[in-house]
Design a protein around this ligand. Structure first.
Ligand code: NAP
Length: 258
């Protein structure tokens, strides 16, 4: 059993849906006060209500992580509502598929700006509060796509997700003296609203490619985030934890059933 982290404060970007919502609910269930940041007000409000109905503490801020002023507003909102930040889950991300041949510069920019630049902006904005925490935790939601695997249509996405890990390694060194750790989770295929947009055929083929024979749940990812947020993970920094049901293991589809 992990030492309780009840009473700590977490910022969860992209906490209004999917993996971020799972992280927010899991942290809140463990007594963490959660600030949810997303662009859409209604969905974010829904998660705040859900957490409060379950007895947890949550607030929200409407913000776009790719906008520097918004990144600052996210950090300020957490400090105003809860007095500080102990845990930052930089999870907001987009994955619109498009083959390299057809990608426009604007489409590349959008994915980089949200997934990579947005991560850097929010981490930077939250740093002063994380430094005051004494046990600051930064947990990035990267992906297996990019850092470990490739998938046609996601060259820009994969580059942004691999970029997050490059950022993580130097950031982890820069903030270590303040007792802050910076780590990443690399989800495989997790059942979320965003993944649902890829269609049922995609979901079926992905589930078949997973040795554990199912898509991941948001709780599968959130449980690893909870560990990385804990005191027990204080000596873990600069690492990427794959949460994919073994999807990156097989050398061929046949190998799964061999
Ligand atoms: P999702 O269901 O589409 O949810 C994305 C969340 O991010 C929403 O809350 C969305 O809210 C928010 N968001 C998107 N752009 C934003 C922006 N510019 N500023 C603030 N918030 C923004 O996606 P998901 O599947 O949960 O994915 C979440 C993260 O996990 C992403 O970083 C993704 O790359 C990563 N991931 C997912 C999978 C998977 O299988 N699902 C696998 C590997 C990695 P608004 O649209 O209202 O802003």
């Amino acid at each position: 059993m992990l030492k309780p982290i009840a009473g700590r404060v977490a910022v969860v970007t992209g906490g209004s849906r999917g993996i971020g919502r799972g992280i927010a609910r899991t942290l809140a269930r463990n007594g963490v006060k959660v600030l949810i940041a997303a662009r859409g007000e209604e969905t974010a409000r829904g998660v705040v209500d859900e957490i409060r109905s379950a007895g947890g503490t949550a607030e929200m801020v409407v913000a776009d992580v790719s906008v520097p002023d918004d990144a600052d507003r996210i950090a300020n909102a957490a400090v105003e509502h809860f007095g500080g930040i102990d845990i930052l889950c930089s999870n907001a991300g987009v994955f619109p598929p498009k083959k390299l041949r057809d990608l426009t510069a604007a489409e590349i920019d959008e994915v980089f700006n949200i997934n990579l630049r947005g991560t850097m902006l929010v981490v930077k904005a939250c740093l002063p509060a994380l430094e005051k925490s004494g046990h600051g935790r930064v947990i990035l939601t990267s992906s297996i796509t990019g850092p470990v695997t490739g998938y046609p249509g996601w060259s820009h996405y994969g580059a942004s997700k691999a970029g997050q890990l490059g950022f993580m390694r130097t950031a982890a060194m820069e903030v270590a003296a303040a007792g802050i750790t910076v780590n990443a989770v690399l989800p495989g295929n997790i059942k979320t609203e965003g993944l649902g947009d890829m269609g049922p055929d995609y979901e079926r083929s992905m589930a078949a490619a997973v040795p554990l024979k199912r898509l991941g749940t948001v709780d599968d990812v959130a449980n690893v985030v909870l560990f990385l947020a804990s005191d027990e993970a204080a000596y873990v920094t600069g690492v990427a934890i794959v949460v994919d049901g073994g999807q990156i293991l097989p050398e061929s589809l046949e190998a799964i059933d061999a």
